[in-house]
Design a protein around this ligand. Structure first.
Ligand code: ZN
Ligand code: ZN
Length: 282
């Protein structure tokens, strides 16, 4: 049997609802599916209910963006049970940090003579998650900018006067909080780290293994066979379990299916079993 240990739903940036992702995984004949939405576990309850009905094993998880110079470092955290716990609580704090971020941006715009309040921006979001697009909409309405695009180009985009970065966990903290929460941290799609020299990769993996890293994603949709083998070999060299997943995003990544990726992905469910030994839930 096969598993898929990396997927996204509408709870973050996927196009399919959590229950739909589970249904697709079940149709694909998978034994286990991990739902790993970015920085949130909001989809887990719905997915778990669907998984129960479909008779498929749902692994609760999330995917975190971590502090890293020069590239994107993502951590897939598996068997993270929603509720209270060291990592779960820290994620809650980061969510409220997003609220703080919006008021900081509004403050900067106020300082530049653009009048608006956080409440106005919240009204624009209509009760949903408030973000920069809503701030841009208010700016446009007040004719401070011509359109949404120039709001980003002139003010809100990275490197612009009202840009406020999203707070991120540092890798050691995230990995160690995951382990303290009984979950299993896996370094996702290592090619996005932007590391080309073997000794730099070795230095980083030494650090992360010391912090408690358990797995490294080696079986990934966009990888060719030699890359999957190379990363699996690298993982074992550092005592890590070669993990795998499709990184399914529904129709936002066309041609990429749950379980089979672009057609040639296969993650044996024995991989999930091996990783689960490090989880403190049954
Ligand atoms: Zn990612
Ligand atoms: Zn992902």
């Amino acid at each position: 049997m096969a598993a898929d240990l990396h997927s996204h739903s509408t709870a973050s940036d996927g196009s399919a609802r959590p229950a739909e992702v589970v249904r697709l995984a079940s149709e694909a004949g998978l034994a286990a599916l991990a739902l790993t939405d970015h920085d949130t576990q909001e989809g887990i309850a719905e997915a778990a209910e669907a998984a129960h009905a479909e008779g498929i094993d749902l692994i609760p998880g999330t995917e975190l963006s971590l502090q890293h110079e020069g590239g994107g470092m993502h951590l897939v955290v598996l068997w993270l049970v929603p509720g209270n716990g060291p990592l779960q609580n820290r994620l809650g704090e980061l969510q409220s940090g997003r609220v703080g971020r919006n008021s900081r941006i509004v403050e900067i715009l106020n300082d530049h003579g653009m009048e608006m309040s956080v409440e106005e921006v919240e009204r624009k979001a209509g009760g949903g998650t408030v973000g920069r697009p809503h701030i841009a909409a208010v700016m446009m309405e007040r004719r401070y900018v011509a359109d949404i695009r120039s709001a980003f180009d002139q003010w809100l985009g990275q490197g612009k006067p009202a840009y406020v970065g999203r707070p991120r966990l540092n890798p050691e903290e995230a990995i160690s909080l995951a382990r303290q929460s009984g979950a299993v941290p896996v370094l996702a799609h290592p090619h996005t780290l932007g590391i080309s020299r073997a000794e730099d990769m070795a230095r980083l993996l030494d650090r992360l293994v010391d912090a408690g890293l358990v797995g490294l994603e080696a079986i990934y949709s966009s990888y060719r066979r030699h890359e999957r083998e190379g990363y699996a070999h690298l993982a074992r060299r550092f005592g890590l379990i070669p993990s795998g997943g499709s990184d399914f995003h529904g129709s936002y990544k066309p041609g990429l299916d749950i379980g089979s990726g672009y057609g040639d992905l296969h993650v044996p469910d024995s991989v999930a079993d091996e990783l689960k030994d490090y989880a403190s839930i049954t």
